[in-house]
Design a protein. Sequence first.
Length: 242
Amino acid sequence: MILQLRAEIEQLKRRSGAAPFSKGKAKKNPKRAGRKPGQGTFRNREAPEQSPPVESVAVPVSGCCSECGCGFGEAVTEVVSITDIPQERRPEVRSYAIEIRRCSGCGKSVRGAHPDVAPDQRGATAHRLGPRVKALAHVMHYAHGVPVRKVPAIVEDLTGIRLTQGAITQHAMALTAGEIGARYAALREQIRKEPVTHTDDTGWRVAGKQAFLMAFVNRAQTVFRHVYDILFIDAANWVNSA
């Protein structure tokens, strides 16, 4: 009996040093510890795309064999690469010389039109950002979860282009009035027709008023809807009006 108790005490001592939630039993076929080959390293498995193509640097073999002193045979070339960001952060700036003419009869002012230039791009708003830097900001925030307040600093570090939090938010809101808004309306209409839809919400306050973010989820899609100043929520009606 004493020997059995001593054995149990020793087992408890060993367990006290085990990892949290350990059951004291080893797996039959445990996975190998550590990262898999290639994980956590700054290297590519495939040759990266080059745009534009860069000049290849020749690295010849000279001399003779260090082991026996004999000469080398026919050379075989292996292409290796190092991918990095440009040394200089130089934004691409395209200038448009907008011609302005005034009618000699009525005095009406007419401006030249270009598909890349907005009709109201003039005066204080004559210099604007292009679609690629806007897309980068939205991808960072909406796809990767970077807070809007951090996006301008990261974009400037990467590209040298300055933008503001307000510009990001205002452009996102403007996009909802076009093709994105139409697509969102179609998703809301589609989810209303699904036989089964799960819903959940989270609440917060905006300027002292209650606000909610509703999520409508099924196997095929997820649709979000935000509502402000709601005092009572009828989940059934929300699903019907989603």
